[in-house]
Design a protein around this ligand. Structure first.
Ligand SMILES: *Cc1c(COP(=O)(O)O)cnc(C)c1O
Length: 387
């Protein structure tokens, strides 16, 4: 991390972006440009060696026997459900506290999302899962949200007892570990997104599924490529959802840096927590489960004064986010079909109080100090206003 001190006083303070994709470029740009140029010279634009090579390297990194690249994280989720024969008439249990894609994938596969409230780690509350199981339940779909793994021992025990599949949404957890295994290797299949802002991001959209079972893997290869078993022999009604070859080349270069970047995010998170704690600010900092290594895709704090704090930080050129302001079941697209207001109290109250602070591998101590110092100013001004 960058240790240089800077003054937090005055108006000349530099902005702190929420994510800075440009900060990562100097480290990888030359290597990536060379790889992209090779794909162009080869004119092997669809699948081919670069996609297969990245699939091999990524599955080895995760520890899973197979990996199938697809066009996005959403496609990874919906195609893996189809590959498990999950569709119309089936139910899939997932956390209410997640990005909309987790639920949309279940809907797109033709099945019904059944939501479950979250715990203090912002992850699926495994104590509530069994109450959601019906005769129609086919799978549990935990999300390793913000970069930390769900309680997979508990999830797997419930799944085993009720003969359900477990599929992970690991779109925010590239490289995170649960005990001694990586996210994506903790269940039947792990779904990843390579959206540019993720811990491992492409120069466009991309996704991938890590798979334990060879038959599921072969089904995925067919599904992503028009359902064909060989060229122009269509055994199943597939889609066009291949991992773009240029994106695979980009990702293959970046994969080598992922552990180092995750380590830097971890250091940044620890420093945020130290600075916030030292300053005695009345906000909840992230809780880290003893079973998990957190890779801090996002650094989430929680405070009842969230909206005022967000405005204050924004006015000081510090960009934050809310992940997510409206829980899945309260989104317009689902009407009241997944449960009305009050159905998932913890998720709903968190949605009003959570704030994502700037987080990326190259963030550095000076920017973290500035963010926390402005937060400190906010709480001081609040105190004065109360007198
Ligand atoms: C990003 C994300 C997805 C979807 O990935 P895309 O590549 O954007 O389709 C799914 N689930 C979670 C938890 C995500 O964060």
């Amino acid at each position: 991390m960058n240790n240089s001190k800077q003054s937090n006083q005055g108006t000349a303070a530099t902005p702190v972006p929420f994510v800075d994709l440009k900060a990562q470029l100097p480290q990888v740009q030359n290597e990536i440009t060379a790889r992209i140029n090779r794909v162009i010279s080869d004119t092997a634009f669809i699948l081919g060696e670069d996609t297969a090579g990245f699939e091999k390297n990524f599955s080895a990194y995760i520890g899973a026997p197979y990996a199938a690249g697809v066009a996005s994280g959403l496609d990874a989720l919906r195609l893996v459900l189809t590959a498990h024969d999950i569709g119309p008439g089936d139910e899939v249990i997932l956390p209410a506290n997640t990005f909309i894609a987790t639920a949309l994938a279940v809907t797109a596969a033709g099945a019904v999302p059944v939501l479950c409230d979250c715990n203090d780690y912002y992850l699926i509350d495994t104590g509530l899962i069994e109450s959601k199981i019906t005769a129609k339940t086919k799978a549990i779909l935990p999300v390793h949200l913000y970069g930390q793994c769900a309680d997979m021992d508990a999830v797997r025990a419930i799944a085993e007892k009720h003969s359900l599949f477990v599929i992970e949404d690991a779109a925010q957890a590239h490289g995170a570990r649960y005990k001694d295994q990586r996210a994506g290797n903790l269940s039947s299949a792990g779904c990843f997104s390579f959206y540019p802002g993720k811990n491992l991001g492409a120069f466009g959209d991309g996704g991938l599924i890590t798979v334990q079972n060879k038959e599921i893997y072969q089904k995925l290869l067919m599904l992503r490529n028009y359902g064909q078993s060989k060229k122009y022999y269509h055994d199943t009604k597939g889609v066009n959802s291949r991992l773009d070859t240029i994106q695979a080349a980009v990702l293959d270069v970046k994969l080598k840096y992922l552990d180092a970047w995750n380590h830097s995010r971890n250091e940044a998170a620890a420093y945020y927590t130290k600075c916030i704690t030292d300053a005695g600010l009345p906000v909840h900092t992230p809780q880290i489960s003893p079973d998990s290594t957190h890779i801090f895709h996002l650094y989430i704090i929680r405070t009842p004064k969230r909206d005022a704090l967000l405005s204050y930080l924004t006015a000081q050129n510090i960009s934050c986010g809310i992940h997510y302001p409206i829980p899945v079941h309260l989104q317009k697209c689902y009407g009241n079909t997944l449960g009305g207001k009050g159905s998932f109290p913890k998720t709903e109250s968190f949605a009003d109080e959570i704030l994502s602070l700037p987080m990326y591998a190259e963030l550095g101590k000076d920017k973290i100090e500035r963010v926390v110092s402005v937060m400190h100013d906010f709480y001081r001004s609040e105190k004065k206003a109360q007198v």
